[in-house]
Design a protein around this ligand. Sequence first.
Ligand SMILES: N[C@@H](CCC(=O)N[C@@H](CS)C(=O)NCC(=O)O)C(=O)O
Length: 205
Amino acid sequence: MKLYDVQRAPNPRRARIFIAEKGLPMPELIQLDLMALQHRQAEFTAVNPWATVPTLVLDDGTAIAESVAICRYFEEISPEPPLFGTGALERATVEMWNRRLEQGLYTHVAQTFRHTNPNMAQREVPQVADWGEANRPRALAQMRMIDAHLADGRPFICGDAFTIADITGGVSLDFARVPKIAMPPELTHLAAWHGRLLARPSWNA
Ligand SMILES: N[C@@H](CCC(=O)N[C@@H](CS)C(=O)NCC(=O)O)C(=O)O
């Protein structure tokens, strides 16, 4: 099994953290250089025409792209500990929060980064600085909503159990430092939750 990876990029990190949380051996990691546009060269687009990382390649050559799809694959082949919830209600709750954190916090952070960072100009065409800046307050608004959600003292996004929603949210918060979207100091519940994630061994995967 091989995982096309970029060590510092947020989406491959989600997959690596998930695999580490499962206690599974890390697939062989194949590093791509996004700045050199290696992911847009034929060798990789033959594997994943969408040219995104992470992409998992199974031993029979089957390629699975999209972070959440990769995580679901590992959840199915190795159900313990469950990171997508168990039973109808838990699974729906985890799905809801993972999508909220991905389409909310992650997207706004990523759009801020992609549209304001000069290093992204060749990959984000057209790069629209105003759009990037429009996403900054949206990312902050998401942080406030997550802080309010955590105000009941729950240790993790979906309650007592760590799930994929924590991975998506925590990686997004880490990524927010790159376009300098600072966590407002009054968001103490968010900060405490983030601290719990940073303390997990998987966070260094
Ligand atoms: N929805 C995809 C997003 C993947 C994605 O956008 N990955 C970034 C790295 S974090 C990428 O491949 N970027 C390529 C580029 O910027 O051209 C997923 O969850 O895997």
